[in-house]
Design a protein around this ligand. Structure first.
Ligand code: F6P
Length: 308
């Protein structure tokens, strides 16, 4: 997100706009927690994970009273357009706000490690998260191979399996379990058994945290009851996936989306999420971005089956 903030600030200044950072998202908007930004405010942040503006979940912004306070703060500061980085919650809030106060334009940028947003091939955060997960799984594979172990590795994705799927393919996982497809434990055991009989010295199962059969611990327990040829271990990768140095692809994507969001505001666009599909910039109305979710490409699931 820092790369994106940097791009928004510098593009705004390039077009002679005054740029104000809002700390802590909608919560900071309500409190008037503003930061007058110049080119120097965003120096040396492109390589940093997280966000210098911080983030917050705001219950108050869900209320009409909270949004009114936010509106008054924006007006007092002379703010005419807002670039909001986030996902469903952020865009839902922006959409309701704009229906109540049509003189402030919101443009959204997709930011979530889960990559489940409609209207963009990739969201900000996703590429870094999958590379972090991939590196961690590579490391775990060394132990798995050395000790003939079966590892269940849980990655983030409360409602989405994109992180699990890509990191699983990239590490040659024997199976990937995701919320978008029904998990069949007996079928999983058949796969593991088949691999064991093929003299595989270890196996890796990547589990998205929101899988319908449960988290990695629950699934490992279910498997253990019927299949115990390997020593079984469980690793939860957790929040290491949400931070760290952004990848090159991420920095470039975030920079591009930040730049295009400011251009969209300058062209009087509002109520749209700026995304990138097939290398082209696309504008998706918030209503659509909220209503739909990106779908899993079934080919990726097939790849796990055929290639491992
Ligand atoms: O929504 C993105 C996400 O990364 C989910 O995949 C994950 O379950 C959740 O955030 C974790 O959120 P928190 O930091 O609040 O535990």
């Amino acid at each position: 997100m820092n790369a994106c903030i940097r791009a928004v600030v510098r593009t705004g200044l390039h077009h002679d706009l005054q740029v104000v950072g809002i700390r802590r998202g909608y919560a900071g908007m309500i409190d008037g927690d503003f930061w007058e930004m110049d080119a120097h405010s965003v120096s040396n942040i492109i390589q940093l994970g997280g966000t210098i503006l911080q983030s917050a979940r705001s219950e108050e912004f869900r209320t009409a009273e909270g949004r009114k306070m936010a509106y008054q703060q924006l007006k007092k500061r002379g703010i005419e357009g807002v670039v909001a980085i986030g996902g469903d919650g952020t865009f839902t809030g922006a959409n309701i706000f704009m229906k109540e106060y049509s003189d402030i334009a919101f443009v959204g940028i997709p930011g979530t490690i889960d990559n489940d947003l409609y209207g963009t091939d990739f969201t900000i955060g996703y590429d870094t998260a999958i590379n972090t997960a991939m590196n961690a799984i590579d490391n775990i594979k060394d132990t798995a191979n050395a000790h003939n172990r079966l590892f269940f590795i849980e990655v983030m994705g409360r409602d989405a399996g994109f992180i699990a799927l890509r990191s699983g393919i990239a590490t040659g996982a024997e199976a990937v379990l995701i919320p978008e497809s029904k998990t069949n434990i007996d079928r999983l055991i058949d796969t593991l058994e088949y691999n064991f009989n093929r003299k595989k010295t270890s196996s890796i199962v990547v589990v998205a945290e929101g899988d319908d059969a449960g988290g990695a611990f629950t699934i490992a327990e279910k498997v253990k009851q019927k299949f115990n040829h390997y020593d079984i271990r469980v690793t939860i990768l957790g929040h290491i996936q949400r931070g760290g140095r952004p990848t090159c692809m991420e920095r470039v994507l975030a920079s591009r989306l930040g730049m295009e969001a400011v251009r969209a505001l300058l062209q009087d666009m509002k109520g749209v999420m700026v995304g990138e599909q097939c290398r082209k910039i696309v504008y998706t109305p918030f209503e659509n971005a909220i209503k739909h979710h990106q779908e899993i490409n079934p080919i990726l699931l097939e790849m796990v089956e055929i290639l491992s």
